[in-house]
Write a protein that binds this ligand. Structure first.
Ligand code: SF4
Length: 432
């Protein structure tokens, strides 16, 4: 259904930053963190490492291109200061870290020494068992020693940015990456017994065709990843100047892009991968598949998991946090982040306390991806003037089933979860 295949937010948090109100004072935020911290549940930590050696021109992340690996050393010093600030302000004791997510950029841009330093200040009493642990890996920049370090500190998921395997597609976006290197990293990760291997893939890149994508999938599926995140290219050259380098080679139009998605999905489903929605495809064996069956999958700003806490703390430039109903985000400019950390040991730029309605909406979003039945409360219905028309249209197209009092997403509807999210976004209701 091409009509539903539209660009838009991925709704991994709600509301989007353009609706954030910055209404929480610094003291209010600290006291919220203290009250919210539960030593049994612990903290989920996201750590942003912004460095990459070269620019992939499709990239939408907050990054700095540099070959100077010394930058990583001083950056880890800033992370340590920031973590110490939060630690000292959250609790008198060493806080429990229940999950770690290293994202970027390229976390493996950091040297083994810097990564070891990072883990040693996070875990001063030595490695501990984590509920979740993920590191984003660029297959071009990882060593056996770094992988061993991740394993030692409880990382479970190796999330490999593959994007595509076709040489023309990759060269056009300035990503020089070989299949051999990818296979080597996967073999090493399997030898080290990481619990999950995940691949990130993008559809909608210039030069991608249904047949090139088919070859990419055939090759990758042989490697039997546990999770594939199959995302649409976010084509936003007005925000990400590197994308202007697409220049001569425009990305495919909507129809061709939809055909790419359908082909990828068909190949994944032919190997029995489940699709809970939002482009995540899960192998049925393993804990994600089990969580899918049990309707206990959780989604946060970093992806999907079988568990999460309500205390997600982001460290590093542009990192986002969500602690119960309060969001906050760090400075987005690296130099400013470092300056603020040097000056006052934290670098929060903006924040938002969710309203009751926003909180309910976010819970509905999470329940829908987990496969639960949902109810739309009257307080929300009144802010969604066209909701009944939309609901009927989704029913007619077999995307939703039930009534506004108890509805759930159909198997077919998982492809259109984003459209359902958009429709339930009361901030955008005036545009529906
Ligand atoms: S896609 Fe990944 S490796 Fe490429 S520039 Fe972006 S963050 Fe860096």
């Amino acid at each position: 259904m091409l009509k539903y295949h539209s660009p838009g937010s991925r709704y991994s948090y709600f509301p989007s930053v353009s609706y954030w109100k910055n209404s929480v004072s610094q003291n209010g935020l600290i006291s919220h963190l203290q009250k919210s911290y539960n030593p049994k549940q612990g903290i989920d930590l996201y750590i942003h490492i912004p460095f990459c050696e070269s620019l992939c021109t499709f990239c939408g992340c907050n990054i700095k291109i540099t070959k100077n690996h010394k930058e990583g050393i001083s950056y880890v010093d800033s992370l340590e200061k920031e973590w110490n600030f939060f630690k000292e302000n959250i609790t008198d004791q060493e806080p429990k870290i229940s999950s770690v997510y290293l994202g970027g950029g390229t976390p493996t841009f950091l040297s083994e020494k810097s990564l070891a330093k990072l883990f040693s200040f996070l875990f001063p009493n030595g490695p501990q068992k984590l509920k979740e642990g993920t590191v984003e890996i660029d297959p071009r920049f990882v060593t056996l020693e770094k992988l061993k370090l991740f394993k030692k500190y409880g990382i479970k998921r190796i999330s490999i940015g593959v994007q595509d395997l076709d040489i023309d597609v990759l060269e056009n976006v300035n990503r020089k990456q070989s299949k051999e290197k990818l296979v080597k990293v996967v073999d090493l990760a399997k030898d080290l017994d990481f619990e999950e291997i995940a691949f990130d893939l993008i559809y909608g890149l210039p030069f991608q065709s249904v047949s090139s994508l088919e070859k990419t999938f055939e090759y990758l599926l042989e490697l039997s990843p546990d999770l594939i995140a199959f995302y649409s290219l976010a084509n936003v050259p007005w925000q990400k100047k590197g994308q202007k380098a697409f220049g001569n080679f425009s990305p495919p139009g909507l129809e061709d892009k939809f055909a790419l998605y359908l082909k990828g999905k068909q190949l994944l489903e032919s190997k029995n991968y489940y699709h809970p929605g939002m482009g995540f495809f899960i192998k049925p064996e393993g804990r994600l598949g089990k969580a899918f069956e049990e309707k206990s999958l959780k989604r946060n700003m970093m992806g999907i998991y079988s568990g999460k806490s309500n205390f997600l703390l982001g460290l590093g430039v542009s990192a986002m946090s969500q602690v119960n109903d309060v969001y906050f985000q760090n400075e987005r400019i690296l130099e400013k982040y470092i300056f603020e950390i040097d000056k006052k040991s934290f670098a929060i730029w903006r924040n938002h306390k969710q309203s009751n309605k926003e909180n309910i909406t976010q819970n509905i979003y999470e329940d829908l991806i987990a496969g639960h039945n949902c109810k739309l409360p009257k307080s929300l219905i009144k802010d969604l003037p066209s909701i009944e028309n939309w609901f009927h249209s989704f029913q007619k197209d077999e995307i939703l089933e039930g009534s506004l009092n108890s509805f759930k997403v159909t198997k077919k509807g998982k492809d259109y979860l984003k459209n359902i999210y958009q429709t339930l976004d009361h901030h955008k209701a005036s545009y529906i």
